[in-house]
Design a protein around this ligand. Structure first.
Ligand code: PMV
Length: 303
C-alpha cells in the first residue's frame, strides 16, 4: 500500500500560529501518496504535475527531496513516485502532505520506524524549503490527522469532537504563496507590533473558545467564531474579493460560518455546515464561483 500524507485545513488561528499562538486544525482524508523503488539514481516524480526532480536540482522540490533523503545516511539510490489529490498553493497544506507521504514511503522502504508525530517533526525540514519559517502545523497535521490544537514548541493536543465537523472547501482560483503572504504579515508586525499582537491575541481567544465549542458539540458557536476569525484575517489584509464572495455565498446557502483557510491572499475558503446534506447543498451553490470544491467530515470516529 502507498504511504500517505494528509492535507489539512486550519479551522481557526492561521498566521497567529506563526507567532506562538494556538491554531485549531483538522486533517483531511485526501492529500498525497508515495511509493519508493530501488533505482540507479535518486529521483522524485510527482505524477499529476508531470514533474521529475533530483536532489541536486536548485528547484525547491529538489532541495526538499535532498532534505528528506538526508534522513537516511546509509542507503542505496531510490526513485520516489508520488500522487497529489489536493490543489497546491491553496491553503490546504499540499507541500506538507507531499513531504509526509515521501518520508513515510522512504521510512517503509528503508525499514525506519517512526510514530506519526515523529514523522511530522522530521518533515519540518522539507516544509522549510517551501515556507521559510513554517509554524509546523502543516507537517504535524499531515502526519497525525484528526482535529487538534497546535502550538509551536508544544505537544499536539488531539481534540475529541462531540459531533463531526462537516466542512465545505472551495478554491477561489487565485494562487497564493504562503511564503510571500507570511512575509507580508511579518512586515505589518514589524511596523506596528503592538496593534498586530493585539489582533493575534484576539484570534487566540477565538481559537480557545472554538476548541471548547468543538469539544462540547456546539457547532453553531464554532461557526460564529470562524466568522469572527475571518473579520480579523481581513483586518490583516489577507482576504480577497473572491474569498469574500465565497464566504457570503456559503453563509447565504446555510453555512454556520465561513472563512479563508491557510495563508490567504487567495487559495481556499472553508465553510461549516450543520450536516453532510447541507454541506453538499452549499458545495453545489459554490461550485460556479470556485475552481475546486470538496466536502470533508473532520473528527468523524471510525465505527
Ligand atoms: O497555506 P498553508 O496551507 O501552507 O497554511 C499556512 C498557515 C500559516 O499559518 C499562514 C503559516 C504557518 O506556517 O503556520
Amino acid at each position: 500500500m502507498d504511504a500517505f500524507g494528509g492535507g489539512k485545513v486550519i479551522l481557526l488561528g492561521e498566521h497567529s500560529v506563526v507567532y506562538g499562538h494556538p491554531a485549531l486544525a483538522a486533517g483531511l482524508g485526501v492529500g498525497a501518496s508515495a511509493r519508493v523503488v530501488r533505482a540507479p539514481r535518486d529521483q522524485l516524480v510527482v505524477n499529476p504535475w508531470d514533474v521529475t526532480v533530483s536532489p541536486d536540482s536548485a528547484e525547491p522540490l529538489g532541495q526538499a527531496l535532498a532534505a528528506a533523503l538526508s534522513l537516511y545516511p546509509e542507503r542505496h539510490p531510490v526513485r520516489v513516485e508520488a500522487d497529489v489529490a489536493i490543489p497546491g498553493g491553496a491553503g490546504l497544506g499540499c507541500s506538507a502532505a507531499l513531504g509526509v507521504a515521501v518520508i513515510a514511503a522512504l521510512d517503509e522502504h528503508f525499514g525506519v520506524d517512526r510514530t506519526p508525530s515523529e514523522r511530522g517533526e522530521v518533515s519540518l525540514s522539507w516544509e522549510q524549503v517551501f515556507h521559510g519559517t513554517p509554524s509546523g502545523v502543516d507537517n504535524t497535521m499531515a502526519a497525525v490527522g484528526g482535529i487538534a490544537l497546535y502550538r509551536k514548541g508544544h505537544p499536539l493536543e488531539p481534540i475529541r469532537a462531540r459531533h463531526p465537523l462537516c466542512l465545505v472547501i472551495a478554491h477561489s482560483g487565485e494562487a497564493s504563496s504562503t511564503k510571500e503572504v507570511v512575509s507580508m504579515v511579518r512586515r505589518q508586525h514589524e511596523k506596528d507590533t503592538a496593534r498586530i499582537d493585539e489582533l493575534f491575541e484576539a484570534i487566540a481567544v477565538l481559537v480557545r473558545n472554538a476548541r471548547l465549542a468543538v469539544e462540547g458539540g456546539d457547532i453553531k458557536s464554532v461557526g460564529q467564531l470562524m466568522d469572527m476569525n475571518q473579520g480579523l484575517l481581513s483586518a490583516l489584509m489577507l482576504s480577497t474579493e473572491s474569498l469574500e464572495r465565497l464566504c457570503r455565498s456559503a453563509r447565504a446557502a446555510g453555512a454556520l460560518g465561513a472563512k479563508l483557510t491557510g495563508a490567504g491572499g487567495g487559495g481556499c475558503m472553508i465553510a461549516l455546515a450543520p450536516d453532510l446534506e447541507a454541506a453538499e447543498a452549499i458545495r453545489s451553490e459554490l461550485a460556479e464561483h470556485a475552481t475546486w470544491t470538496a466536502v470533508a467530515e473532520a473528527g468523524a470516529r471510525a465505527s
